[in-house]
Ligand binder design. Structure first.
Ligand SMILES: *[C@@H]1O[C@H](CO)[C@@H](O)[C@H](O)[C@H]1NC(C)=O
Ligand SMILES: *[C@@H]1O[C@H](CO)[C@@H](O)[C@H](O)[C@H]1NC(C)=O
Length: 473
């Protein structure tokens, strides 16, 4: 029984881990260093707002006897964080170390002794040798967004020195050692919760990961994490689903995401690998939405075109068209019976499409008379680039092959239509697709993230975007 449960469990876990990510995101040490800078700025701000509760008590001091004291209004004046380190702990998460930190505080003191003698003044407290060591776990939450938490923390305050100003400070100097210690303890208690707070403050930012990014009225992209982040000695890697879906209708394409791994590049803060799976899930979705079907009419052909979509043009090549349908406009219906296939090879993004084109004559009473059906094998090259937080593209026609499907206007040499159809593709179809491609597709993003020094390379089976990031608060 136990064994069976265990096997079932193993099968389940291997199943959930077998989902390859369509998109991989890698945070390098350079990215981590930027994260450290942002994190330290946040911790510095938090340290400035630290408050130590008022302290009061009684001590017996020789030779004066019982002394009642209080310390109030303790505020941080300045904070120094000269040393800090955010490092990767393979398999686990991150480690944040802060060393040699110092802060200075001031406050008011008041004492009472021998019932009647009172005196008060201000004091300065200088704290040195502050160290904080924190382990941070990075996980995936139930929505597939990253989540950070502090798993352990230790804080120590090296030394505290108090200096009293005002009358009677001789008295305090008698028991400053005792005060030093009490203040040090009070401060130590504050440090770990403060750092844990700074760490968990990251979560609202991480929750802004666009796990379901709307593209347009047809499609959205899912960017949830498919497994927990993996931490190696050189990077923190996230595997994201990276899959296009029809809005509201999540149907899986008939091909699974292949596994791919990012190259060991380290010059940029962030690397985003977008696989052919992601690209092909887009063609699957758009074809399903009917977006790859298009009616081409003469008014869509630019004025400058050497050809018009009418029976004169086609009649010059197919005599029956000129004879039976003289002087009519024509319409071409283009659709993709098979989903186009996008492939990535080093420095080469290509789309291979099979299209069917039905040509109609438009009768004066608007009836469409089908003339012939052609099968087109189209190969286009794509230029892909990053624009803002989007990935965009532009395609150009590479090659086109023609075969005749059916004809109602007799047999003819399809090769003669080659140049006409190439003009239609170049002047009408491709510009239309390029308008859409130029609008781009959202990349995974957090909050008000901006990219800088961004480069995109097309590699075998994936595109690699290397970039620095900037967060504006
Ligand atoms: C093309 O035109 C035909 C006939 O007018 C219409 O039924 C069809 O829906 C149109 N297709 C597209 C993709 O616009
Ligand atoms: C439209 O015109 C064509 C050609 O003249 C004819 O064959 C067809 O019956 C007409 N259709 C209608 C609906 O009038």
């Amino acid at each position: 029984m136990f064994l069976r449960c265990l096997l079932a469990l193993l099968a389940l876990t291997s199943l959930s881990f077998s989902t390859n990510p369509g998109v991989q995101v890698r945070l390098t040490k350079k990215g981590l260093e930027y994260g450290r800078q942002l994190g330290m700025a946040s911790i510095q701000q938090k340290l400035k707002t630290i408050t130590i509760p008022d302290m009061s008590g009684k001590v017996k001091l020789r030779p004066v006897g019982k002394v009642k004291y209080s310390l109030t209004n303790m505020r941080v004046k300045s904070v120094g964080l000269p040393q800090s380190q955010l490092s990767l702990v393979p398999g686990t998460g991150l480690k944040l170390g802060i060393g040699n930190a110092f802060l200075s505080m001031n406050g008011n003191w008041r004492v009472k002794f021998h019932r009647i003698l009172r005196t008060h003044g201000s004091f300065d407290l200088n704290v040195k040798g502050l160290t904080i060591a924190t382990s941070i776990a990075v996980k995936s939450d139930e929505t597939g967004r990253p989540d950070v938490s502090t798993v352990s923390c230790a804080a120590t305050v090296g030394s505290a020195h108090i200096k009293f100003h005002g009358g009677g400070s001789w008295l305090y100097n008698l028991f400053s050692k005792f005060i030093d210690k009490a203040l040090r303890k009070a401060l130590e208690k504050k440090l770990c919760p403060l750092v844990a707070g700074a760490v968990s403050d990251l979560n609202p930012e991480l929750k802004t990961l666009n796990v379901l990014a709307k593209v347009d009225k047809f499609a959205e992209i899912e960017y949830s994490m498919v497994s927990s982040p993996t931490v190696s000695a050189s990077s923190l890697d996230l595997g994201l689903k990276g899959e296009f879906y029809n809005i509201g209708k999540h149907q899986e394409p008939p091909f699974p995401p292949p596994s791919f791994s990012l190259p060991p590049q380290v010059n940029e803060m962030l690397y985003i690998g977008v696989s052919t799976f992601t690209a092909n899930s887009a063609t699957f979705v758009y074809n399903k939405a009917g977006v790859l079907s298009m009616n081409i009419t003469d008014d869509m052909v630019p004025r400058i075109s050497p050809i018009r979509l009418d029976t004169n043009t086609f009649g010059a090549i197919v005599p029956q068209i000129a004879e039976r349908f003289p002087g009519l406009k024509m319409k071409l219906l283009l659709n993709a019976p098979k989903d186009p296939v996008i492939s990535f090879k080093p420095n080469n993004a290509m789309v291979q499409a099979t299209a069917a084109m039905t040509a109609y004559a438009i009768q004066p009473n608007a009836t469409l008379t089908p003339l012939f059906v052609l099968n087109l094998d189209i190969s286009v090259s794509a230029r892909v680039f990053v624009s803002g937080m989007k990935i965009a593209g532009a395609i150009t026609l590479n090659k086109m092959g023609l075969t005749l499907g059916t004809s109602n206007v007799g047999d003819f040499k399809v090769g003669y239509l080659d140049s006409i159809l190439k003009i239609v593709l170049k002047l009408v179809v491709i510009p239309q697709l390029n308008i859409r491609l130029a609008e781009g597709y959202p990349l995974p993003t957090l909050g008000k993230m901006k990219l800088a020094n961004t480069q995109l390379q097309v590699l075998q089976d994936y595109m690699l975007i290397g970039t620095d990031v900037q967060f504006t608060p």
